[in-house]
Design a binder for this molecule. Structure first.
Ligand code: IVH
Length: 683
């Protein structure tokens, strides 16, 4: 292994020195990858070094040496396992990173084989490690790693712990099955979690985890690691004339082969398959880093042969990398809406798969400890599909000594209140409550967000301004903002003020489920809010529920029940709800509580004027709950007009059409005669 000093990239352009440095570098990375299962560069960085060396040797043939890593498969032999010779060498694959690379490969092959085209067999390139399984008379006798391609390591006992690998084939054949041992992403993450908690070094990715797990001296350790196997090749199989035919046989013999492999006639179809897998790779339970394209007919394969470490008849199309190395510049704390102190990693910006990553969540303080992240560390960042980027691990090997251990704050960085971590929880919370403006701003953002009350125009920035300027001191204040107050805000015109007031008004019609979710009660997400509203039907019933009643709601655990109970136990929160009620937000569920039939079946109600004891949506919800219909226009079909103060044209119309007119109190008496619990408490 080279020391950090030697690793420094030489500032020379002399091709001979550069080639020598690249070789040393690649050999060291090979050692860390194959032997230690602990690389310190990403695959993409390794590939770049390798491609540079290839190009350099092509441009300066005098620099090529037989010992160059370009002339032999990667891999080093570990002495602690018995060596196993591969009678047929285990080859590596050439890579293509663009469509053009595939095209020139196909064109070259057509020329060599003097043909117009081939049938291509396609499989995903599973990111694990290559293994050869020797079967004699159908019995599994020996399994080996690839090693340097000619000699591998005997890991038979460890392979016997993998349930995908049968001890006995369906037929008594002498055959060697080749394929990939891998670990599923979820299992890899669980393993890393356990290792972090135990203070053990983390694996950079599922492949390293699979390699590290398979190369254990004690098979009992391997057995605890959930390894899997896919077959992608066979040596010595008779009666087949194509790769796809061989794979079908391997499946019959009892080994798993990729179910969605395809045989296609041309490069256009190859490309479609590659793109499809690139787009959906994140949905697979295991990692793939490309697609392997193989000339299907075994005769064509034999004609094409191989050069150096690579067969001509196969190539790997490699996807854009999902990992990159960068520096952790700092850790910042965001205060969340429930008061959580959320650590955020500030990164030296780095491009991964076309997106620049400059910050990412660190989840909680334990994670920082578990991953041993220090400020200034070089770290591996991963971005898969639409998932938010993650720091996978630090690279302690790259430390210079200037890194700083991060101390998680025990006070809220926004309001200075003590931050406490309840027993058994991972998050630390600011105890500032209402006094913490940062918390309130986050609550307001959540309250107005699309999935909550969807208040268009009340975005993150405005929420912060409203809280900063003291115009909003609790969530309900949003509904008491005046036009003048809004126009007084920087960059807020009359039009935007009117628009915001209109969206605030519109938000009153979103239903009780959304209101409960918008409150931002700790542990209450959309689903839980829905379940609570379906169960209790009204805010008052929900607020009055005991801990036991809350726990009786299907799917609610004690922690959530406790959070809900604690929320309504606080006078401040109850006051906010009263202010929301006064502002006209629904406090009774309409849609879910609509009874098909009930005491109001066949009746239709219209409400007009200002109601004293409830908001209009609430009154309409009551009607629906009892099986009646609420409408906004008076017609001959209207059963009752419920008139509040200052009733206007609707009252006149009702009188003209001789529709019975009742007061709000009379309406509530009718409701009470069927179900007194539905009547709202007097204000
Ligand atoms: S075929 C001569 N098929 O990729 C062809 N390899 O870079 C040898 N791999 O060592 C391999 N999925 O570990 C083949 N469907 C697949 C594969 C696959 C993953 C790995 C394998 C091999 C490496 C080559």
């Amino acid at each position: 292994m080279t020391s950090l000093e030697d690793r420094r990239e030489p500032a020379t352009l002399d091709p001979a020195q550069r080639a020598a440095w690249l070789r040393r570098e690649i050999e060291d990375h090979d050692y860390r990858y194959y032997v230690l299962a602990n690389p310190i560069v990403t695959d993409a960085e390794y590939d770049r070094l390798f491609q540079e060396l290839l190009a350099l040797e092509a441009a300066h043939p005098e620099l090529a040496t037989p010992e160059s890593p370009t002339q032999r498969p990667g891999g080093t032999i570990e002495t602690s396992f018995a060596p196993v010779r591969h009678d047929v060498p285990m080859l590596s694959l050439a890579n293509a990173f663009e469509r053009e690379g595939l095209e020139s490969w196909a064109t070259r092959n057509c020329k060599i084989a003097e043909r117009n085209g081939f049938g291509y067999a396609l499989e995903p390139k599973i990111d694990g490690l290559a293994i050869a399984l020797r079967y004699e008379k159908g019995r599994f006798v020996c399994g080996a790693t690839r090693g340097d391609g000619v000699t591998g390591e005997d890991v038979t006992l460890n392979l016997k712990t993998i349930k995908d690998i049968p001890a006995q084939l369906a037929e008594p054949l002498d055959v060697e099955i080749r394929g990939e041992v891998y670990m599923e992403v979820a299992e890899f993450e669980a393993l890393n979690l356990r290792r972090g908690e135990a203070g053990e070094a983390l694996f950079a990715n599922p492949r390293n985890a699979a390699a590290g797990s398979l190369r254990q001296q004690d098979p009992r350790v391997t057995k605890e690691r959930p390894l899997r196997f896919w077959a992608y090749g066979a040596v010595g199989l008779t009666g087949v004339d194509s790769h796809s035919g061989a794979m079908a046989r391997v499946r019959e013999l009892g080994l798993p082969v990729w179910p969605d492999s395809a045989v296609v006639p041309d490069l256009e179809a190859v490309w479609t398959y590659c793109r499809r897998y690139e787009a959906t790779r994140a949905d697979l339970p295991f990692e793939i880093d490309g697609v392997v394209i193989k000339v299907d007919a075994l005769r064509d394969q034999a004609d094409l042969g191989s050069v150096g470490r690579e067969p001509r008849w196969a190539i790997a199309f490699k996807f854009a990398p999902t990992q990159a190395t960068t520096q952790l510049l700092d850790i910042e704390i965001n205060v969340g809406r429930t008061g959580t102190l959320n650590p955020v990693a500030i990164l030296e910006p780095v491009a991964i798969g076309g997106v620049t990553v400059a910050r990412t969540t660190l989840h909680n303080e334990d994670e920082i400890v578990r991953k041993d992240l220090r400020i200034g560390d070089m770290v591996i960042v991963q971005r898969a599909g639409d998932v938010i980027p993650q720091i996978v691990k630090s690279i302690p090997e790259k430390r210079t000594g200037d890194e700083r251990v991060y101390v998680f704050p025990d006070h809220c960085p926004a309001c200075g209140s003590p931050a406490v971590r309840p027993a058994g929880q991972v998050m630390r919370y600011c105890t500032g409550g209402k006094r913490c403006r940062a918390q309130l701003a986050e609550q307001l953002k959540h309250f107005a967000s699309r999935r909550a009350l969807d208040i268009e125009g009340l975005g993150a920035r405005l929420a912060e301004v409203l809280v900063e300027q003291g115009l909003v001191n609790d969530l309900a204040d949003a509904y008491y903002l005046t036009r003048d107050q809004l126009i007084g805000l920087e960059r807020f015109g009359e039009k935007s003020a009117d628009n915001l007031l209109a969206s605030l008004e519109a938000s009153k019609g979103r239903g009780l489920g959304r209101v409960v979710f918008a409150l931002g009660i700790r542990d209450v997400g959309e689903q839980t809010a829905r379940a609570l509203v379906d169960h209790f039907g009204s805010m008052d019933q929900l607020a009055a529920a005991t801990f036991e009643e809350l726990q009786a709601v299907a799917g609610l655990g004690p922690i959530v029940a406790q959070s809900v109970h604690a929320y309504f136990g606080e006078a401040d929160n109850r006051a906010v709800i009263e202010k929301l009620r006064t502002a006209g937000l629904p406090m009774v569920e309409a849609a879910a509580q609509t009874a098909k039939t009930g005491p109001f079946s066949g009746l239709s109600f219209v409400f007009t004027g200002r109601l004293a004891r409830m908001a209009r949506p609430e009154a309409e919800a009551l009607v629906a709950r009892l099986g009646g219909k609420a409408s906004s226009t008076v017609s001959k079909a209207t059963s009752f007009l419920v008139a509040g103060d200052e009733a206007g044209s609707k009252l006149e119309k009702a009188q003209k059409l001789k529709v019975p007119v009742i007061s709000e109190d009379e309406f509530l008496e009718r409701v009470a005669s069927h179900d007194p619990a539905l009547v709202p408490a007097s204000r």
